[in-house]
Design a protein around this ligand. Sequence first.
Ligand SMILES: Nc1ncnc2c1ncn2[C@@H]1O[C@H](COP(=O)(O)OP(=O)(O)OP(=O)(O)O)[C@@H](O)[C@H]1O
Ligand SMILES: [Mg+2]
Length: 421
Amino acid sequence: MAITVETEHQNGAESVENRISVRSLWKVFGEDPDRAMSSEYTGKQKSEIQEELGCVVALKDVSFDVNEGETFVVMGLSGSGKSTLVRCLTRLIEPNAGEIYVDAEDVIKYNGRELTNFRRTKTAMVFQHFGLMPNRTILDNVSFGLEIQGIDKHTRWEKAREVIELVGLKGWEDNYATELSGGMQQRVGLARALAVDPEILLMDEPFSALDPLIRREMQDELINLQTTLKKTIVFITHDLDEALRLGTRIAIMKDGEIVQLGSKEEIVDNPADSYVEDFIRSISRTRVLGAGSIMQDASIVVDSSTGIDSLLKKLDETEEDHVFVTSSDNRLIGMVSEKDLSSDSLDKNSSLKELITNDPPILNRVYQDTPIDELVPLSAMSDCPVAVVDEEDTLLGIVTRGSLLLSLAESQQAQINDSSS
Ligand SMILES: Nc1ncnc2c1ncn2[C@@H]1O[C@H](COP(=O)(O)OP(=O)(O)OP(=O)(O)O)[C@@H](O)[C@H]1O
Ligand SMILES: [Mg+2]
């Protein structure tokens, strides 16, 4: 069950549905963690502290929240502290200081029994190297988490069969892990995590060992599963492409600190420093930014009872070639083009309803977060601007071919500037 916690965000206090709240978390490997965490060393770089004290500051005063049902991606270069962070969440690594709240309970305060219970039932981990047991069948590997919970064979096999099917491995139950390809083994890893029905999935570079095509397939699989499962996921990756595909929000780590945390749009549009800029340099903004960022109001929107004469007058007054027709609650009914309205063969007594076009490829609908790049083929197919709607089909705005071309040109220019800077 999710809880609502009052937390201090960068933008001030706000109320969100948090699953996980991490506050001022520190992990120092080495002899003298207290000194490394003291004010004496606050302003010093990780490398300086390592030189002076022989300690590695793997996590430095890290705070963040993970919302219910989101895929929270943690990105950063090798050694930036990602694995340490995700392992601290279940205390596979004991942090030196800080608080970790999961559903308002402080995990740091758990005793041994509570911690075991928390690890076995509330969370599940998926690792880069799948960690399957070679001498057990897929069915036994997947049901292992339930076995250690003491669940009887019949029930755990039933559940295991269900999740094996969910990850697309039906028919492989009796095979051994060594008989499966890397991609299939990682599906087993995922199934094993899902079998215990955890509320929180912790995934440490789960797809990094897979070749690019299989990796993309696994990302699709996760996106697909997540539409129904809606788990709260902390997902670690090196790979910006993966982060952008999967992440609801992305935290970027450097030397044990989170240097930026935000939506992909925020990060790509407004990188916090040169470290983040380096990450996003190769990314075309139009692949990340959504249609909502370049939409404008449709200048002519009418309801379906409007008369044709008054419409033609409106069209005369503007430069527009298209009229969007909505219902009284602003849902998009369709579009009428000036060409149809002014056609010689048009019977002036016909009603607007008869002239409305509602389907692609003439009238195309997208959501606010549909990447701008995906609008290009739509815009090429039709003279009509692309309609931006929400899930209820409310008309939010339109993207004209002109504004689409402008944003593509700007993105291209930004990339040229990036690569020459
Ligand atoms: N057991 C340990 N003892 C000492 N130092 C450690 C230990 N584990 C990690 N570190 C150090 O802590 C820092 C963070 O390591 P961590 O494994 O969390 O990085 P990462 O971001 O996951 O890197 P990668 O992308 O390579 O997996 C590194 O400087 C690493 O050398
Ligand atoms: Mg790691």
